[in-house]
Design a protein around this ligand. Structure first.
Ligand code: ADP
Length: 263
């Protein structure tokens, strides 16, 4: 099995040319998966070789957001991931028939993530993104162990109450010794057609999380940007046509492309 661990290490070693980002959030529904697929597509559109692993095994949503209905193919012992919008993508959802629930416990979840890293042939990548499950559970810790060189991106909403929870997701990095690259605020204030601003979830949460993590971790954790609430982002997700490609100049598409350029 030496070859397998060698392949993991190719991502993990400090001198590896692949940057690995694990995208985390304190709780579900903040748009973590939506942000992850859009950052992956934006980076691929910039000409980078990008891989995407849906590590949210129980709550997988990446195939739908990417508009992928293809199944992975097999070549000898390897699994070849479907490519969508220039991104090599793998999700447990691609191995299930229909909309089954995944009822697995910790060790099997760990094994699934490990298989994604060892048996899926990504080839040389500039960037690998992982969509983590919400919270600080088994998978987040497995990813940190399997990919010790991976960095964390924390997604949160502008709501002050959400920031304490998001901070916990970033705080995990002290135990896993991962670098926190930055915070992405999602569902930020949107400008309405009459020019007024709707801040459904309040303002400032992303900056609060960035400031608190900077203080707690004693390294600079920047707010990489704020993605506004945007019907087009939601619609694009439903259509499997990520907004950074289908409406790149929409408020959310623009913000997400800016964030990708700061990674
Ligand atoms: P998570 O991965 O954190 O559970 P999702 O990415 O599944 O969250 O997003 C939850 C829902 O919110 C989805 O229906 C998505 O389309 C919607 N959504 C996410 N971000 C935005 C946004 N900025 N504006 C409007 N809808 C959004």
């Amino acid at each position: 099995r030496g070859g397998e661990s060698g392949r993991i290490n190719r991502f993990a070693q400090p001198d590896s040319l692949t940057r690995v980002y694990a995208v985390a959030s304190g709780k579900g529904g903040v748009g973590k998966s939506t942000v992850t697929v859009n950052l992956a597509c934006a980076l691929a559109a910039e000409g980078l070789k990008v891989g995407l692993i849906d590590a949210d095994i129980h709550g997988f949503s990446v195939p739908g957001l990417m508009g992928i209905t293809d199944k992975p193919t097999r070549l000898d012992e390897m699994i070849l991931p479907p490519v969508a919008h220039g991104v090599k993508t793998i999700s447990i959802g691609m191995f299930l028939d229909g909309n089954q629930a995944v009822a697995w416990r910790g060790p099997m979840l760990h094994r699934a993530v490990e298989q994604f890293l060892t048996d899926v042939h990504f080839g040389d990548l500039d960037v690998l993104l992982l969509d983590l499950p919400p919270g600080t559970g088994d998978i987040a810790i497995s990813v940190a162990q399997l990919l010790p060189g991976s960095e964390l991106l924390v997604v949160t909403t502008p709501q002050a109450a959400a920031s304490t929870i998001a901070e916990r997701a970033g705080g995990l990095s002290t135990q896993t010794e991962q670098k926190v690259t930055g915070v992405v605020e999602n569902m930020g204030p949107m400008t309405l057609p009459d020019g007024t601003t709707l801040d459904l979830f309040g303002t400032g949460g992303g900056q609060i999380v960035a400031d608190r993590l900077t203080e707690q971790l004693e390294i600079s954790v920047p707010l990489l940007g704020s993605v506004p609430l945007d019907t087009r982002l939601r619609q694009a997700g439903d259509d499997g046509a990520p907004v950074v490609l289908s409406a790149p100049d929409s408020p959310s598409g623009f913000a997400l492309r800016e964030i990708a350029s700061r990674m």
